[in-house]
Design a protein around this ligand. Structure first.
Ligand code: GRF
Length: 204
């Protein structure tokens, strides 16, 4: 199935997915990298890898989330996208868009959900004094950082950790976990699997 990776920034998880997908045995093709910001560093990395990119500037749709999502949906359909992987995509999606892609859209979050949804997860984990932290890949449902959990990885929190050391330890696991979870989605082991040929994610 053809996958779109949605980014807003650096794109290191997107690169991990691209690298996994270069293996001829990998069950998904990264066919599009879509950013809501023209200045996302990840766009150049996708272009360097020869992957199609698109920008739908969310700033151009002030207060009009439905309009922004309709523009994204047009790009997704134009590229024949069947599955979506959110990877550092910093916009909250409406229930309409989420239900349209229900069971076909993953997100990666840098905590062991349901602990620490939202932002600043590493600082909050340190402040809480947890001894295990990590990351979660989940199917996207309307609530932010909610939805059925597909896979998780845990790392220890070490006595001399600061936010950046802990973040780096988690990120390494994100880059292992996300390609595995996307492969499960692509093969029907998680989620609803890809839509039938020609449907391009618009089954709702
Ligand atoms: C990652 O930590 C991801 O879990 C979170 O945002 C960060 C994105 O990093 N949702 P990158 O853009 O993939 O490098």
């Amino acid at each position: 199935p053809r996958v779109a990776v949605l980014i807003s920034g650096r794109g290191s998880n997107m690169v991990a997915l691209l690298e996994a997908a270069t293996d001829p045995g990998y069950p998904a093709e990264i066919a599009l990298v879509l950013s809501n910001r023209a200045d996302a560093a990840g766009l150049a990395r996708a272009e360097a890898a020869g992957v199609a990119t698109a920008v739908v500037e969310s700033r151009g749709f002030k207060g009009d989330r439905a309009g922004f999502e309709a523009a994204m949906q047009r790009e997704l359909e134009r590229h024949g996208i069947a599955l979506i992987a959110l990877a550092g995509f910093m916009r909250v999606l409406t229930e309409g868009f989420v239900s349209r892609w229900s069971g076909r859209m993953l997100n990666i979050h840098p905590s062991i959900l349901p602990s620490f949804p939202g932002l600043d997860t590493h600082a909050r984990a340190l402040a809480a004094g947890v001894k295990l932290h990590g990351c979660t890949v989940h199917l996207v449902s309307p609530g932010v950082d909610e939805g059925p959990i597909v896979a998780q990885a845990a790392v220890p929190v070490l006595p001399d950790d600061d936010e950046s050391r802990l973040a780096a330890r988690v990120l390494e696991q994100e880059h292992r976990l996300y390609p595995a979870a996307l492969a499960w989605l692509a093969t029907g082991l998680a989620g609803n699997g890809p839509p039938p040929p020609g449907a391009s994610g618009s089954l709702a």
